[in-house]
Design a protein around this ligand. Structure first.
Ligand code: S3P
Length: 175
C-alpha cells in the first residue's frame, strides 16, 4: 500500500467492538500514519482502566476527559484517532473532530459486536449486558448521532481489516 502523508486526521467512530482500534492499527501499519487510541491515552494518563475510571469518578468525568483530549488533538495531522464508542454523542466533540478530520463511522451487526466483545471486561457499559438485545437497543439509541457525525460509513461485517482500510483510503482520496 502506498504511503502519503495526509494534512488532516482520520477519526474513527462507531459502537464498541465495531473495529476502531484494529482498523486504526492497520491504517498505521500500511499508510505511515500515527495512531491515537483515545481510551488507551485516557487510561494511561489516569493510571487506571476505563472500568476503574467509571467506577471511581463516574461516566461524566470520563466524558470530560474525552472532550479535553479531542481539543488537544487538534494541533496534529496525519493521525488516526480511534475514539471511544460514546465520543460522538456530545455535539461539541463532533465539532472538534470535524475541525481537521474526516470522520469515518465503522458499523457491524449486533451479533458481530457481541462476538467481538464477549471476552473483554473493560467495557463498563457492556459488563453484565453482553447480549444481542441490549447491544441492538443501545445501537439504535445512538444510530442518528453516529450517522450525523460521519463523513463516510463503512461496514465491517465479514471483511478483513485490509479490505476495510483500502476502502477508507480509496474513498477519502476521492472525496
Ligand atoms: C464506550 C466505549 C468504550 C469506552 C467506554 C465507553 C461507549 O470504547 O470509551 O467504555 O460509551 O460506547 P470502545 O468503543 O473502544 O470500546
Amino acid at each position: 500500500m502506498e504511503q502519503k502523508l495526509l494534512n488532516y486526521n482520520i477519526v474513527l467512530i462507531g459502537f464498541m467492538g465495531s473495529g476502531k482500534s484494529t482498523v486504526a492499527s492497520c491504517l498505521c501499519r500500511n499508510y505511515g500514519m500515527e495512531t491515537v487510541d483515545m481510551d488507551q491515552v485516557i487510561a494511561e494518563r489516569e493510571g487506571m482502566s476505563i472500568s476503574d475510571i467509571f467506577e471511581k469518578h463516574g461516566e461524566e468525568y470520563f466524558r470530560n476527559l474525552e472532550t479535553a483530549l479531542l481539543v488537544e488533538l487538534q494541533d496534529r495531522k496525519n493521525v488516526v484517532i480511534s475514539c471511544g464508542g460514546g465520543t460522538p454523542l456530545r455535539e461539541c466533540n463532533v465539532a472538534e473532530m470535524k475541525k481537521n478530520g474526516k470522520v469515518v463511522l465503522l458499523t457491524a451487526k449486533p451479533e458481530t459486536i457481541l462476538d467481538r466483545v464477549k471476552n473483554n471486561h473493560d467495557r463498563p457499559l457492556l459488563e453484565n449486558n453482553k447480549n444481542v438485545d441490549f447491544i441492538s437497543e443501545l445501537m439504535a439509541k445512538r444510530r442518528d448521532k453516529y450517522k450525523a457525525a460521519a463523513d463516510l460509513i463503512i461496514s465491517t461485517d465479514d471483511r478483513s481489516e485490509r479490505e476495510i482500510c483500502e476502502e477508507i483510503m480509496d474513498t477519502l482520496r476521492n472525496m
